[in-house]
Structures are given as structure tokens and as C-alpha cells.
Design a protein around this ligand. Structure first.
Ligand SMILES: Cc1ncc(COP(=O)(O)O)c(C=O)c1O
Length: 368
């Protein structure tokens, strides 16, 4: 009898490795770029109110949420589609536009889901080199062939935190073939100093651009899995054909609408993040004699690169020692970052505790 066999290109996928959460021992989780301030009180109250409605399916088109998003960002609600996290929308973009024999480009140090979304549809991931961990638009353009169907780019980028200038984003879009979808992933968009309309204008002006956003990061609603995307009517139509019919829960829709209305929470979260990101950056820079380089970040996390010149002072050993000290950060060897650790900005107590723990670990192991 022949054996049940998955498609060969599915077998090649390495499943997404999420940021570790704590076990029995209480740990500070600085591994998943969540908001340390939680979410808006209004959002949790709106969610609590919807608990009585479990028996009913959610609004299938997330109608009120799309209206609220359109209102807040000055967009057209029929050019918005919501998803089960922006993860779902990234996957649907690949599914809608690429398949076997096609190519999808992403940057070397990019978000892990891009490769999974690419392989899942049988397409081939094509990896662009970076400049100092940031986006090299020319390297991306050099890889474009007649098989290229999609380019994924996060801005700010995860895991490096690097920001690509809007002019570079526009140069990339302008040089891509018109039959290639440009997915600009702005999961950390609200953390940018200038989260203005230019981010969305590119999608309004061109029919091959899709902007994806999420309520998981600055809005602090990661558990509810609410993402959204904005793009040309044909792209939104494609995604609507293949998305799950009830892909955002009733609680998620209600919480997101309330979260959008509470912009004070967003402003406070952004200010908090800048304050502690600056503080952590300074602290990390003061450790450069241990071979550490902290990459300037536009997100709610910082990537630290270790010189790896000492057996005891490298990302693997420091990651292990941090775990033992109660701090979970993100080590991403599967993405080629064997010598890097990504640290999410946490609560005040977590940030200070983390820096104390890191300093002790480094001091115990000597300078490079
Ligand atoms: C760059 C980037 N895009 C998308 C996502 C997906 O977020 P979600 O599915 O929670 O919206 C993440 C999550 O970490 C991310 O870092």
C-alpha cells in the first residue's frame, strides 16, 4: 500500500519557531516583540463585553473594523481586508500570486514567515544580501527575473530593526515589474517616528503594492490575531476569495475598534518604547569592549551582534546564560543569525534586570 505523502515542497518547510515562553520558572519574555504595557483598557473592556456572543459567527467581512481603520488612517474601507494576524495575509499574498516555478524575493535577515509562505505554495525563496543588516534595494533588484512574482519587505524590519528610507522603498517599487506584487509589511509601522500617509500612498498610487499591518504589536492585541492589509481593489479581491470566511473573531474585531479609538495608548506606548529603547541602546553600546554591536532600531526591539571571537562570549553561550538568569531573548540561528540576539523592549523592571544580568554574564567571561 502506498504511504500518505505530503507535497515534496511542504516537506522542505522548517516550521516557524516562535519566541520561547517561560516554563515552570517565572521568566521575563523578551522574545516576541509584544507590548510590555499590555493593551488599551478600552480594548479589553470591549473584548469582555463580546464574551456573551460566543454562539454567533463573527461579521465575515470585519465590516465595522474596516470602517474604523479607514476612518482613522484616511483610507477607503473597500480597499482593506482583515486577517487572522498579518501572518494570514502574508501567506494569502503568496498563495494568490505565486506557485510552483515562481520566485519570491526577501532579504537575508527578514521575517521567518516569508520563507514559509513562499515554500508553502511551491515557489522558490530568493534571498537578497543586506548592507550592514539593512535593506539593499539594488541587491533585491539584481535578483528580479521573469519568474519573480512577489517581493516581501518589512519596514521597520524584523529581526534587525533597520529602517529603509521611504525614497528607497519608492525606488524599489518603481523598478519592480508591474506583474510582481510588492508586499510592504509594516507590523512595526506605528513605532516609526513618522507614521504618516506616505506609507499608504504607495499602495493607493500603484496596483502592485500591498501594505500589511497588525494589532499584535503597538496595539498589544497579539493573542486576538488581528491583521489588516491595504491595496488595490484587484489585490484585495484576490485575498478575499481565498481567506477564511470568518477569519477575525468577534472579540478581536471589537477589541481592535476600541484600540483604534484609544490613540492615547498608542502615543504612550510609542513614547515609552523610545525612552527605553534609547536607554537600552546606550547601555548596550557601553558593552562594546565585550565585542557587542547593537543595531539602531526603529522597532520595539534591538538586535545585538556578538563578535564571536571568544568561546564563552558568543550569542549561543550568552543566550543560555540569560535563560538561566530568567531572561528569554531571541536567538535566530535558523535565519543565519548565529551571532545575534534580539531583545524586545520590556517593562522597566525587565529592562533593568536584563541589563544587569547581561553585564554580569559578560563580566564573568572577560573581555574579548
Ligand atoms: C515583520 C513582521 N510581520 C508580521 C508579523 C506577524 O504578526 P501577526 O501575525 O501577529 O500580525 C510579525 C510578528 O512578529 C513580524 O515581526
Amino acid at each position: 500500500m502506498s504511504k500518505l505523502t505530503p507535497k515534496p515542497y511542504i516537506s522542505e518547510i522548517h516550521a516557524y519557531i516562535p519566541g520561547k515562553a517561560g516554563g515552570a520558572k517565572p521568566m521575563a519574555k523578551l522574545s516576541a516583540n509584544e507590548n510590555p504595557l499590555g493593551c488599551s483598557k478600552d480594548a479589553s473592556e470591549a473584548a469582555a463585553k463580546e464574551r456573551a456572543n460566543f454562539a454567533r459567527y463573527p461579521n465575515p467581512a470585519a465590516h465595522d473594523l474596516r470602517e474604523a481603520l479607514a476612518d482613522h488612517y484616511g483610507l477607503e474601507s473597500d480597499l482593506i481586508v482583515c486577517g487572522t494576524g498579518s501572518d494570514e495575509l502574508l501567506n494569502l499574498a503568496a498563495q494568490g500570486y505565486a506557485g510552483q516555478g515562481d520566485e519570491i524575493i526577501h532579504v537575508r535577515y527578514g521575517f521567518a514567515v516569508y520563507e514559509i509562505a513562499t515554500r508553502k505554495v511551491g515557489a522558490t525563496p530568493i534571498i537578497a544580501t543586506d548592507i550592514d543588516y539593512g535593506t539593499d534595494v539594488d541587491a533585491i533588484l539584481d535578483l528580479v527575473t521573469d519568474k519573480t512574482r512577489l517581493v516581501f519587505l518589512a519596514n521597520p524590519n524584523n529581526p534587525t530593526g533597520t529602517l529603509t528610507a521611504q525614497s528607497e522603498i519608492e525606488r524599489l517599487q518603481a523598478a519592480l515589474p508591474k506583474n510582481c506584487l510588492f508586499v510592504l509589511d509594516q507590523a512595526y509601522g506605528e513605532y516609526m517616528d513618522d507614521d504618516g500617509p506616505q506609507a499608504f500612498n504607495l499602495a493607493r498610487e500603484h496596483d502592485n503594492v500591498l501594505i500589511t499591518r497588525t494589532f499584535s504589536k503597538i496595539y498589544g492585541l497579539a493573542a486576538e490575531r488581528i491583521g489588516w492589509a491595504y491595496g488595490h481593489t484587484d489585490i484585495i479581491d484576490t485575498i478575499n476569495r481565498i481567506r477564511g470566511p470568518f477569519n477575525v473573531t468577534t472579540i478581536g474585531q471589537a477589541a481592535a475598534i476600541a484600540a483604534l479609538k484609544d490613540q492615547q495608548f498608542v502615543t504612550d506606548s510609542r513614547a515609552y518604547n523610545i525612552k527605553w529603547r534609547d536607554w537600552m541602546m546606550q547601555e548596550l553600546e557601553s558593552l562594546s569592549n565585550y565585542g557587542l554591536t547593537a543595531i539602531p532600531s526603529a522597532g520595539n526591539f534591538i538586535m545585538v551582534i556578538f563578535a564571536d571571537r571568544n568561546d564563552r562570549l558568543n550569542a549561543t553561550s550568552v543566550n543560555q546564560a540569560l535563560m538561566e538568569a530568567g531572561y528569554i531573548v531571541r536567538h535566530l540561528p535558523s535565519q543565519g543569525l548565529t551571532n545575534g540576539l534580539r531583545i524586545t523592549i520590556g517593562t522597566e523592571e525587565e529592562n533593568q534586570g536584563f541589563m544587569d544580568a547581561l553585564r554580569s554574564i559578560l563580566e564573568a567571561n572577560g573581555t574579548i
